[in-house]
Write a protein that binds this ligand. Sequence first.
Ligand SMILES: [Zn+2]
Length: 305
Amino acid sequence: MHDALPPQLHVFVRDWLSANHIVLKSADGHVLIDSGYGRHVPLTLALLATARGLGDEPLAKLVNTHCHSDHIGGNAALARKYRCRIAVPEGEAPLIERWDTRLLLLDYCDQTAERFGVDEVVYAGTTHVWGDLEWQALAAPGHDMGALVFFNPEHRILISGDALWQNGFGVVLPPQMDAAALPATRATLEMLASLDARIVIPGHGEPFCDVEAALERSLRRLDAFEADHLRIARHIMKAILTFSLLNYQRMSLADLPAYLARVDLFREFNAAFFRLAPDDLARMLVGELEKAGAVSRSDGWLVPA
Ligand SMILES: [Zn+2]
């Protein structure tokens, strides 16, 4: 799959805690898209220093598809090391400038990122030359209402962030929390379908070519979310808890109810949708994640499966 991409473009496929990095090399200055999670900064720096990355050459610019912790966590460290410019989507710039940890879903979800400054704003509808390739910045609201995707018409390559994965898309808020999120997600998937992309480089997972099937799966998932808002709420809580578990690597089952009562997202979603005692909420989430094969229990600890 990687050899279907132009040679000056390299994808470092990461995991669910850190978004993928896309390196676009050019004599005019190398560009990197997305920087992973803060905990992974040492690995991010090491990968970028390899020959497939930057080697010992400078990084001119870092661009973010959107400003969630798993995409911006390395921004500050990369700016320190490379003195690169940082470019964020227009809708995210005000949140970064005032470091709005709730809207950035940082402490709201018990996630962290080192604060960084914005040097450039990327506007939807503009075209950029990165890695000697033309990229259209397209608004892709839904998972993140300020997100952008980047499309290269020549090779029909789509850098989709968390707007489209091979199997779904990043969590979307239920209408009770943001009435615009689900309709925006549908409009974004329809817009992405109209691009006729040949290959998608997602924010998480390997690049893929079966774009039509991926869009179809995402639309079916969206149908299910639209039909059942409790399902969206459970999905978000499970996704954020899984993320916390990847971050901490293990969590005490005995402390989990208190954790769910302490972190705003779990407390607010529970109050809005389930009204369960923290013990029962923990039992529901762990039970469903276990059934899905995402977690297991070991000696009083919850661990990623
Ligand atoms: Zn992500």
